[in-house]
Design a protein around this ligand. Sequence first.
Ligand SMILES: *Cc1c(COP(=O)(O)O)cnc(C)c1O
Ligand SMILES: [Zn+2]
Length: 474
Amino acid sequence: MTHVSMNSLSYQQCINSRCNASYASDEVLFKCTQCGNLLDAAYHWDQIPIPKSMNFFEARWNTPGRSPAASLDFSGVWRFRELLPFVPEQDMVTVGEGRTLLQQADRLAAELGMKAGHLFLQYEGFNPSGSFKDNGMSAAFSMARKLGRSRVACASTGNTSASMALYAAAASTADRPVQAIVFVGSGKIAFGKLSQALNFGALTLQIDGDFDDCMKRVQEAADTLNLYVMNSVNPYRLEGQKTIMYRVLEGLNWEIPDWIIVPGGNLGNSSAFGKAWMELRQLGLVRKVPRLAILNAAGADTLYDLVNNKKLRWNNGCVDEQIVQDTYTAMDHQGYKAHTIASAIEIGRPVNLHKALRALDVMNGVVREVDDDMIRDHMAMVGRFGFGCEPASAASVAGLHLLREEQIIGPDERVVCILTGHQLKDPNATVEYHNPAPHTPHRRYTNSPIKVPNDLNAICRLIESNTPSPGSNA
Ligand SMILES: *Cc1c(COP(=O)(O)O)cnc(C)c1O
Ligand SMILES: [Zn+2]
């Protein structure tokens, strides 16, 4: 493939169709200066050498380890670099993100009344910091490198800060340290995630407030101190997260699934997925687009409310802002605070709302909500029948369960649930599930430790009486 200078091939574009303002790709903006809406990374595709079929990318698995392109081809993000061409190769930052697995989950499928070979888990816990956020960080840090920015900041429920702190540590040199500045709400962060931000050396600010407060403050502080914001309002974050869809396709031998199911917090991931499919279709690389299901936690269900109760739609890029404003005003009046065990999606004002509405439009999507008990049970179910995951990730599997019950998803449709984060991110949630407090209602997959005397006979009797019989899916 010919090497093309990538500088002038990309730009930024306002997503509001009544505005359509465009900006240079290296202008640091997180909002359209004309209308305040979100910006997309956009490309002059006709000037970019796009492969004729997706198989092209698969061949890069075979790049020998010592060739110059090897570390980019090793990355599950940059292996697809022709589809996110906003920086030249020398600026692409990688720590080996996106080496993830699409796992065929037949036992989980049986548990949910689906046929074998039809349910897949895209396990993003394999990423270097243990969540899908690394896909986005490698892309956003590449832009930061191109721009020469060395102070990066984010608001976080945990995983964004863990990922950003890791990339900042990896990108630092003695001459040029990259400083990571993290805003977390007090008491709102799982210890697995907090431990990462601290250990990677991030300046960690515990704000007396929740995620939504942190999100507001980080943008203000960034304006005041000229920090580079690494939240998913940064359009380049989402470019990296598009590759999750490319890898799902790759895992399915380039066949298109019927459904993608993903938890929704700040709605960056769902937005990135919508953009990925929109572009693949535009480039003629796919003919069909899967449907999308976004899962809110019941205690953080702004998108669910806006879409299902208030009928908010993308409407060709003319979103009815009055509905959004009225909803947020009412939330303020009620003193609404998001609350769920799935801390990664404990967000009341999702910054990517408009892009997520577009994704729902492009992918003929639905939005559902699941309560904390469902999230807990399905987290344990995933652990029992597949890779473990953290609570927020299990919302996707709980959502599949719900959509099966509603008969919106049939037993022989092909479904991919995105497992967004690693089980060890929030071990407290898992241990609590398996050691419920007295009087907790029955939990289906509880597996409590059993006390036994320090005596061989007693130990052997206990093991014998707890041997599963073949054929039981338990
Ligand atoms: C960030 C995160 C989410 C939410 O993703 P959004 O892009 O903010 O909607 C879900 N699960 C996990 C594990 C996360 O870290
Ligand atoms: Zn605009």
